[in-house]
Design a protein around this ligand. Sequence first.
Ligand code: 13P
Ligand code: SF4
Length: 312
Amino acid sequence: MTTLGLDLVQEIHELKKQRNAVILAHNYQVKEIQEVADFVGDSLGLSIQAAKTEAEVIAFCGVHFMAETAKILNPNKKVILPDLNAGCSLADACPAEALEAFLRQNADKHYYVVAYINCSAGVKALSDLICTSGNAVRLVQKIPADRNILFVPDQNLGQWVIEKTGRQMELWKGSCYVHMEFTRQGIHKIREEHPGAPVIAHPECTTAVRLLADEVCSTEKMISYCKAHSAKAFIIVTESGMLHRLRRELPDRTFIPGPTDTCACADCRYMKLNTLEKLRDALFNLEPEIVLPEAVRARAELPIRRMLEWSE
Ligand code: 13P
Ligand code: SF4
């Protein structure tokens, strides 16, 4: 705890200056964190920001794999994450040891491994290319046609990429527990309640849900899609934090949360572990810090740099 005697937000701004820090926040962070951040965006936007920041400290308000990506790109900077327990069910679905064993057992297939950025540094280190939901389709189209692709860890995003590109890929059977909660019945029901409102879904949703959507895209693309659309109301089928970002950017529109079977809107329990208090403490203590073995970091940097290069 700190006792600078200032209001929490002021304290964060003060500490940020003292530490020469930048605050990067994902679109799923709570409203208060989005408000205090220097940049709010999707995984691709955050990686680009992390790659070009000149700050000495990166305070990453997101989940562990996102902060790890920032560290991989910035070995000489301090990267802090307000709560180290902010994990991800997708990253957990593909442990590096399991992927390594699979690749060994299938060495004859000479897989080209495409890893969705929602994975650990260990998995990135075993991969040829990293992608995000915002660039996966574009990047997979660039892979030479004679390569066997293994896509990890999200089977739903992978399936969507197959549909969009026509490219066959072997899919790892991971999924995001939040996006798996949206169902066909739920989407039908909310559409009936809000006739005319376009349904926008994240590609981590199941095929059954995606097929009912008017648009399937990354969280950042949701903003540009809604900006360009003439509708006054939209149904947003992704994590709840996105609603704040959309309402802030487009105050004259209405955003309706896609319902899950268990609640009116979907919270990622990992994303919601970060709080303003924890951010303030992390800036004060300069921890929890992301630390990686150099060999893993250096190997993991290659497919991330390839992604950034191919995304230009
Ligand atoms: P975006 O890159 O689209 O923001 O998605 C990240 C994520 O974790 C989705 O669950
Ligand atoms: Fe991971 Fe899903 Fe949470 Fe995104 S919403 S961080 S994919 S568990």
